[in-house]
Design a protein around this ligand. Structure first.
Ligand SMILES: Cc1cc2nc3c(=O)[nH]c(=O)nc-3n(C[C@H](O)[C@H](O)[C@H](O)COP(=O)(O)OP(=O)(O)OC[C@H]3O[C@@H](n4cnc5c(N)ncnc54)[C@H](O)[C@@H]3O)c2cc1C
Length: 273
């Protein structure tokens, strides 16, 4: 057990209330309809939850990693789809921008993400490049003033919903990360994939058909994109673990409550244990 400080206790109480009142009740309906949970995400933005790891100077709330993991656990216990979207937008694009972005990029892209006005997506995976992303085939051809991106990304969380896509593609010097706004010409999205769960967290293809990205929107150095992406994924793993804990806890609590309510042979079934 870790002892929580006053700030962590306060944040956790606020998030538990929010998760109970705003997420848990709506989660089954959103999941059934496969509807992206914009109202819930907007509320999280207003509460300062979508930019928890980003310093206040860039629009976030600048809380520590332990608080982020505790919040993730609570959100996942109430609505795993919201937790996945939350994990990606705060753990990947914001983390990568904060660590590797220029001040101009932080102002333009990190601030709206951290303030919760935008949702960010991370596009690394391709049909033939999953666990082994260095095999990715999307290209970034150098052109006057920037690059042209072509290729197809698979399984992108918040595809078609996010306002910013951090896309890894192969430039002349190697895999490079690019900051691509949703409205970029030549960028399009597939339909949400059919999954076994997490239906409200849309997962789609992201298609690039000669998308022009100005030099100013290349993240960091050319050829360093895979390193940046893996650094982001490393930080994100903590969030995935916290989600698993939250989901397991919620499953246990639901089963425990049911065992306390269901009767067979004239007794509550938990009494047979
Ligand atoms: C819900 C969801 C959301 C996602 N969101 C995003 C996103 O936002 N952005 C993004 O870029 N990607 C996303 N992905 C893709 C995800 O990152 C990939 O699914 C993941 O990288 C694994 O790739 P794969 O599915 O192709 O599996 P594969 O690489 O084909 O692996 C299949 C199995 O083989 C195992 N395996 C592979 N290599 C080895 C090895 N060397 N040794 C032992 N076992 C091995 C794997 O562990 C796995 O069990 C998402 C996926 C899902 C399901």
């Amino acid at each position: 057990m870790i002892a929580l400080n006053d700030e962590q206790t306060m944040v956790l109480e606020m998030v538990r209330r929010f998760a109970r009142e705003e997420l848990a009740e709506r989660a089954p309906e959103y999941d059934k309809r496969g509807e992206y949970p914009w109202p819930q995400l907007r509320k999280m933005g207003e509460l300062g939850l979508l930019g928890m790891n980003t310093p206040e100077a860039w629009g976030g709330t600048g809380l520590d990693a332990v608080t982020w993991a505790l919040v993730m656990e609570e959100i996942a216990a109430a609505d795993p789809s919201v937790a996945v979207i939350f994990s990606v937008t705060s753990g990947l694009p914001q983390y990568m921008l904060l660590r590797f972005g220029s001040d101009e990029q932080k102002e333009k892209y990190l601030r709206p993400l951290a303030e919760g006005r935008w949702i960010g997506a991370f596009a690394l995976t391709e049909a033939s490049a999953g666990s082994d992303p260095k095999g990715l085939k999307s290209t970034a051809e150098r052109v006057d003033g920037g690059y042209r991106l072509s290729g197809v990304k698979s399984w992108i969380t918040s595809g078609g919903q996010a306002q910013l896509y951090v896309i890894m593609a192969r430039a002349p010097e190697g895999i490079t990360a690019f900051l691509v706004p949703a409205e970029a010409e030549g960028l399009s999205f597939g339909e949400p994939e059919e999954k076994m769960g997490l239906h409200a967290a849309h997962t789609t293809e992201v298609r690039m058909d000669g998308v022009f990205v100005p030099e100013a929107d290349r993240l960091g150095e050319e050829g360093k994109g895979l390193h940046y992406a893996l650094a982001g994924l490393d930080s994100g793993r903590l969030g995935i673990a916290a989600q698993a804990v939250g989901i397991a806890r919620a499953a246990f609590e639901i089963a425990r409550d049911y065992a306390d309510e269901r009767e067979q042979f004239g007794r509550k079934i938990r009494e047979f244990q």
